[in-house]
Design a protein around this ligand. Structure first.
Ligand code: NAP
Length: 274
């Protein structure tokens, strides 16, 4: 895809790999909608992109740990734009951010499930009319190779909690949503794929976990950009990639029953059901 003049929304682009993707796409002439919580981090990125001679991105501030925040973000984007060519759902918290203990979102949901999965689920649905209006267009869900099957009797992980399990559940949920949404969007000209960008990139979330980084944001960014603009994936949808290569996710992703359950729960939790 030629990105010149395209409108691209990247959640969580004030830091880490999303920030790098934003810079690369701005270089190619795309209009970037930056999103994050922190206005000063956003300003630093906007200044950097402008200083390189590229079009100034717009900034949308929203905390995705509240569904009201997600809805406000969608409303603000809709007020400014009629079409979105690419939506990269990238914002996330790792297994250790703010400590490994169980935390809840503003709506009382397990925090990693809420921020990493439910927010992107709701945002994608709210923005679908704009994404469809730009077809051929793409959705890219930044998931992970770190996946944990969902226990449908305890989706909010009130028992045997660990940050790694919660993170893995949220990431597998993104992949399951990707498969379902791809089926729903067949024939619409909108593709949706998910990926593990790279293993232990040198980012805030990895450093927060005290893990020694194993790869660079440049590597993860290249994998995301492949799904954003690669010609080889133009007509491919519902897939999971490890870096640049298509691969299989956790077996639960291919269980249609489990995906149906997750979808029903998600519609209910986000208020989309009504
Ligand atoms: N790092 C890795 O090795 C790795 C591996 C596999 C997958 N991933 C995935 O890649 C994506 C990006 O990760 P990263 O490593 O680049 O992380 P990062 O450097 O920690 O950046 C996370 C981004 O998400 C935003 N964010 C976090 N919580 C938010 C909230 N409640 N509301 C709104 N925005 C929020 C942050 O915004 P603020 O600037 O406001 O904090 C930041 O822009 C994540 O989905 C992650 O799961 C990363």
């Amino acid at each position: 895809m030629n990105m010149n003049g395209k409108t691209v929304l990247i959640t969580g682009s004030t830091d880490g790999v999303g920030r790098h993707v934003a810079g690369e796409l701005a270089k190619q002439g795309a209009h970037i909608l930056i999103h994050g919580r922190d206005a000063s981090r956003a300003k630093a990125l906007i200044d950097e992109i402008k200083a390189r001679g590229h079009a100034a991105p717009s900034f949308y501030q929203a905390d995705l740990s509240s569904l009201a925040g997600v809805r406000q973000l969608a409303d603000a984007v809709k007020a400014d734009h009629k079409r979105i060519d690419v939506f990269v759902s990238n914002a996330g918290i790792g297994s250790q951010n703010n400590g490994p203990q169980r935390q809840e979102s503003a709506d009382g949901y397990e925090l990693r499930f809420a921020v990493n999965y439910l927010a992107g689920f709701l945002l994608a649905h709210l923005l679908l009319p704009l994404i469809k209006a730009a077809a051929p267009s793409r959705i890219v869900n930044v998931a992970s190779i770190g996946q944990h099957p969902i226990d449908f009797d305890d989706v909010m992980i009130t028992r045997n909690y660990s940050g790694a399990r919660a993170y893995g559940q949220s990431k597998l949920s993104q992949i399951m949503f990707t498969i379902d949404l791809a089926n729903e969007l067949k024939g619409s000209g909108v593709t949706v794929n998910s990926l593990h960008p790279a293993t232990y990139m040198n980012t805030t979330m990895v450093r927060a976990g005290g893990v020694t980084p194993m790869s660079t944001v440049e590597q993860g960014s290249a994998a995301i950009l492949h799904l954003v603009e690669g010609d080889d994936v133009a007509d491919r949808s519902g897939l999971f990639f490890n870096g640049m290569n298509e691969t299989r996710a956790n077996a639960q992703a291919y269980d249609a029953n489990a995906r149906k359950k997750l979808r029903e729960i998600s519609l209910k939790l986000t208020g989309l059901e009504s």
